[in-house]
Design a protein around this ligand. Structure first.
Ligand SMILES: Nc1ncnc2c1ncn2[C@@H]1O[C@H](COP(=O)(O)OP(=O)(O)O)[C@@H](O)[C@H]1O
Ligand SMILES: [Mg+2]
Length: 395
């Protein structure tokens, strides 16, 4: 089955992404040709499937050590596998294709825990990562081979298992004459700096900190559970940034750690957001001002980290933003104001719909896996060497 695939000039791959926002599952049907850093990717179709509030809250519990349990993890691993399979079938049919047209499925899985480095005084503080949504379930229910579980491979060779997409950012966005930072704003923000004419080893990449995670949690709480995100940043736009609260939030030690670095719900999850939210509410700060301040927190943490870790080394002309946060106009305006010497754009302007970029990246990873081509970027993850990430489940 894989041999046949390796002989095909064009491969049609479904990439699945379910990120730390816990907003749902993104599916991209991507046509691929070429190989390695000369891969050419064309988006054929894209769909997003939202998790309902009940499932999202269940997943938040899984991401919280006080509320999670082994039986819950076991059950959700299967439940998500089934949901991922349904998403594949639905997406392929909406694309007007049949499953026989699809060569391969690639699944990121749902991260429920990520320990980027060993933690000295904790007996379970062992470098590791866990993405669930079993790939055998996906393979058996879709009838297609599935590659998944990428991050563990990078970690096994000394990397942090994240961020992974900078490798694909390099393939898609590098330019001979312009220095670019590709910024994804999902639950967590991550960036990849691609200096003009740079080699893969010159990429500077890291997680910038929270993306939409804190904003989403605040919206959910302040709206009494009726909304899960600040549509187009409209709520934040009505408020005023509370500078002293913002400066306090920016004191978080994560922001001064030099790259390579990664983070997630472990540091910036529900508990963290609720602590700041209660602080703000106790200080009688109005809801719209909280929204403005939390949005500024994301913008400032991103722009500050560029100044601290990138712009003193590389000349940057453009910031290309993808992920759900690119739809938050308040956040985008704040970023543009903080970075007056660069042009802040969305990846849509490069023909790659911003929402689809991460799902499309996973299609590229699976394609590399099948061809036996390394798909991690040691400059981004800190791995000792390039390696082939992924595991295969056959139908
Ligand atoms: N129209 C919009 N306005 C503001 N924020 C949005 C909009 N659409 C999506 N988002 C934000 O993007 C998030 C989803 O981003 P996504 O890139 O899917 O992140 P992840 O990869 O972590 O799942 C949502 O939770 C929401 O906060
Ligand atoms: Mg998402």
């Amino acid at each position: 089955m894989l041999n046949q695939l390796r002989n095909k000039e064009h491969r049609l791959v479904v990439g699945l992404m379910s990120g730390t926002s816990l907003d749902g599952i993104d599916a991209a049907v991507v046509q691929l040709e070429g190989s390695g850093i000369h891969t050419h990717a064309k988006l054929v179709h894209f769909e997003s499937f939202a998790y309902d509030n009940e499932l999202r809250e269940k997943l938040k519990l899984l991401c919280s050590p006080d509320h999670s349990s082994t039986p819950h993890v076991c059950a959700m691993n299967f439940d998500l596998g089934r949901r991922f399979a349904e998403v594949v079938l639905d997406t392929v049919s909406k694309a007007g294709l049949s499953m026989n047209d699809i060569d391969l499925v690639s699944s990121h899985g749902q991260t429920i825990w990520h320990i980027p480095s060993n933690e000295a005084n904790d007996p379970f503080g062992i470098r590791s990562t866990l993405q669930i949504g079993d790939i055998s379930v996906i393979a058996k229910l879709t009838g297609r081979p599935v590659v998944g579980d990428y991050r563990t491979a990078d970690m096994a060779v000394g990397g942090q298992g994240a961020p992974l997409t900078p490798y694909v950012d390099y393939i898609l966005f590098r330019d001979e004459n312009k220095g670019r930072i590709v910024q994804n704003i999902g639950g967590i923000g991550n960036c990849a700096s691609l200096p003009a004419g740079g080699k893969p080893e010159e990429v500077i990449a890291f997680d910038t900190g929270p993306g939409n995670m804190i904003i989403d949690q605040a919206v959910f709480h302040l709206s009494g559970g009726t909304r899960s995100y600040d549509k187009n940043g409209e709520w934040a736009a009505k408020g005023t940034v509370q500078e002293s609260l913002l400066l306090e939030m920016l004191q978080h030690p994560y922001f001064s750690i030099p790259p390579v670095k990664t983070t997630g719900r472990e540091l910036f999850g529900k508990q963290y957001a609720m602590e700041w939210l209660h602080r703000a509410l106790d200080a009688n700060i109005r809801s719209e001002d909280i929204m403005a301040t939390f949005t500024a927190f994301t913008a400032r943490s991103i722009a500050d980290s560029y100044k601290q870790f990138i712009m003193n080394k590389q000349h940057i002309h453009e910031i290309i933003v993808s992920g759900g946060g690119a739809h938050n106009r308040t956040l985008m305006h704040m970023l543009a104001d903080l970075l007056p010497d660069q042009t802040v754009l969305t990846s849509d302007e490069y023909g790659i719909r911003g929402d689809s970029k991460e799902a499309a990246a996973f299609a590229v990873f699976a394609d590399h896996y099948v061809f036996g081509v390394p798909n991690n970027l040691p400059a981004a993850t800190g791995a000792r060497h390039p390696t082939i990430m992924g595991k295969l489940a056959l139908p």
